[in-house]
Design a protein around this ligand. Structure first.
Ligand code: BES
Ligand code: ZN
Length: 614
């Protein structure tokens, strides 16, 4: 049984990191980082050792630092190895530290090319083709392959860093940049993150990077080749940030910058503090995919200030953030847009529940993760089941005028802390008992086990406004009717010209639910709306899903193109899975993956490998 976090081997009940200082040099030729991590730790109970999480690290030495600058070498015990959670680094202390006392421990180490947190790119894998590049992705349990640490979101620490990189490259971190200096062929960049954060929010990028200013506190970073496109696409980020502040509370992190990564970045976005990382697949040329920015901005409160205590409570990060994201989208683009986003989320949830099976424990809002790899448990369930619960509560308890003050009080109550679902629920009850006592009966009557711990769809559905999607569903129904008579000349590009990106996705997803469609129908859809070469990735992806579900191999080249051009897991995993499931697609899926494996991020490659049973 675990005390705090089933996915960490650190002695979290005894000692807690308060601050880490990193001093690292980047070795591109060796595909590794070399240097030291210095932890200041405070004992919570009597501690006879410090146990840190590591994975794929080469630990070269450890010292206890004394107040007078002298140090004592520590014995290093790396004999405890877990197949998923990595190697525990045990550092027995010369004498026990008691509760309240602090110690500093300095560790010399190197990462290795197998570190799951770091992807090194060759110059050929970048836009500029002339400089190497690296980026990290630590959520959920990969920080331990970047630095030895208590790799649990229950622990919050501040951090500082000096990063030495070869000229002319730039280093950025999830922190405030505090300066740089030249040192021969290198530049050393310094950073400080003074707000305490969980280890999974430590992030680093090194590459040929330039920035474009958006506002006094917002800039976009990318390689110079696409900086203009990035600055245009994300020009609204300051407005989105201000809207989030209106919905929740003032932004506390100082800067909010955006880094547009190379195409192998495995997620849509990652909420690294002060510097959100995003996939270049958001460059749709029409600013229509900025809901991902709204999502990552919302994490500045849910996730980064109020943090899930361990990965079983991940929904507190993602469910709340999805709920906030939709509030922001609603304020910016209207309530119809929010309703559409909810409807899409509901469809994604249903799909996940069908994929895992409605009795699968991984479909519980709060799953049990003892012995589980969080990468395997990752799905839309915590996002959409979580957002579904919060939307349900908002309706139940009296709508936004009652719920919005509550959600601000929730952030206010827990900011700076790591909490469990239990903490969330007891605050919910306390808040309503105190502020809206007539509502407490409604909360008492809820079937909480069904909502929180039982698998499958939520026990009660939500009523979303059907009108914003009606035109999309009607158009899909017309196509199905036309398919029976092969009567396609009634359709034209004008059918979808006024649809938003989300409405186009809903239209295509409705057709995919009716798959398999016949080849002549698919050919007519494609030639009417020119979907195969469609620039917007959400729309192109939805089309390819529909086509593959219908075994329509005319799209095979377009599928391979999309698999070669980007490695975002949201697109990459389903495309491989569906291509692999086509009677004529199996060997194409396998060959394509083997050819592109080195292009993908290590996490993405591992997941696709599992999906295809390779
Ligand atoms: N924090 C997540 C990304 C993440 C989750 C990385 C778990 C590693 C493990 C991020 O905020 C996120 O949810 N991104 C989404 C976009 C969003 C609009 C749903 C994504 O990547 O698709
Ligand atoms: Zn998120």
């Amino acid at each position: 049984m675990f005390e705090v976090d089933p996915n960490s081997q650190a002695n979290l009940g005894e000692i807690a990191t308060e601050h880490v200082h990193l001093d690292l040099a980047v070795d591109f030729a060796g595909r590794k980082l070399i240097g030291t991590a210095t932890h200041r730790l405070a004992a919570i109970a009597t501690a006879r050792e410090v146990v840190l999480d590591t994975a794929h690290l080469n630990i070269k030495g450890a010292r206890l630092l004394n107040a007078d600058q002298s140090s004592v070498a520590l014995e290093i015990d790396t004999s405890t190895v877990h197949s998923i959670y990595g190697t525990a680094l045990r550092l027995p202390l010369p004498e026990p530290v008691s509760a309240g006392q602090s110690i500093s421990v300095e560790i010399d180490y190197e990462t290795s090319p197998d570190s799951g947190a770091i992807q090194f790119l060759t110059p050929e894998q970048t836009l500029g083709k002339s400089q190497p590049y690296l980026f990290t992705q630590c959520e959920e349990i990969h920080a331990r392959s970047l630095l030895p640490c208590q790799d649990s979101p229950s622990v919050k620490l501040s951090y500082s860093a000096n990063i030495r990189v070869p000229k002319p490259l730039t280093a950025l971190m999830s922190a405030i940049a505090t300066g740089s200096h030249d040192d021969g062929d290198s530049t050393v960049y310094s950073f400080k993150q003074q707000i305490t954060i969980p280890s999974y929010l430590i992030a680093l990028v090194v590459g040929n990077l330039v920035s474009a200013k958006i506002s006094d506190r917002c800039a976009v970073w990318s390689e110079p080749e696409n900086i203009d496109a990035c600055a245009w696409e994300f020009a609204e980020m300051e407005t989105i940030l201000q809207t989030a502040e209106e919905v929740i509370s003032p932004y506390l992190w100082g800067r909010y910058d955006l880094l547009v990564l190379p195409p192998s970045f495995p997620y849509g976005g990652m909420e690294n503090p002060c510097l959100t990382f995003v996939t270049p697949t958001l460059l749709a040329g029409d600013r229509s995919l900025t809901d991902v920015i709204a999502h990552e901005i919302a994490h500045s409160w849910s996730g980064n200030l109020v943090t899930a205590k361990n990965w079983e409570h991940f929904w507190l990060n993602e469910g709340w953030t999805t709920f906030f994201e939709r509030k922001i989208v609603g304020r910016l683009n209207g309530e119809d847009a929010r309703q559409l986003s909810c409807v899409i989320g509901e469809g994604d949830l249903l799909e996940s529940v069908e994929f895992y099976g409605k009795d699968s424990p991984l479909t519980a809002l709060v799953p049990q993760l003892d012995g589980v790899d969080p990468d395997d448990a990752y799905s839309t369930v915590p996002y959409d089941k979580g957002a579904h619960l919060l939307y349900y509560l908002e309706q139940l308890l009296g709508g936004p005028s009652v719920f919005e003050p509550y959600m601000r009080a929730y952030i206010q109550a827990f900011q700076g802390r790591s909490i469990s679902t239990f903490d969330w629920k007891s605050h919910l009850f306390d808040y309503f008992a105190e502020n809206e006592p007539t509502k407490i009966e409604l909360l008492n009557n809820m079937e909480w086990d069904k909502w929180l711990t039982e698998p499958g769809m939520p026990p009660i559905g939500n009523h979303y406004d059907e009108r914003p999607q009606k035109a999309c569903l009607d158009l899909a129904d017309r196509w199905m009717k036309a398919a029976r008579e092969s009567a396609y000349d009634q359709f034209s590009p004008a059918d979808i010209a006024t649809f938003s990106t989300m409405q186009r996705v809903i239209f295509l997803t409705r057709l995919a639910e009716a798959a398999p469609l016949q080849p002549d129908t698919l050919a007519a859809i494609d030639s009417t709306y020119a979907l195969t070469g469609y620039r917007n990735c959400e729309v192109r992806f939805s089309w390819l899903v529909l086509a593959l579900k219908s075994n329509y191999m005319a799209v095979a080249d377009a599928v391979v193109d999309m698999l070669s051009a980007q490695g975002r897991m949201k697109y990459t995993r389903p495309l491989y899975r569906l291509l692999h499931a086509c009677p004529d697609g199996r060997s194409l899926a396998e060959e394509t993956f083997l050819r592109l494996r080195n292009f993908y991020h290590p996490i993405c490659a591992r997941m696709v490998e599992k999906d295809l049973g390779l």
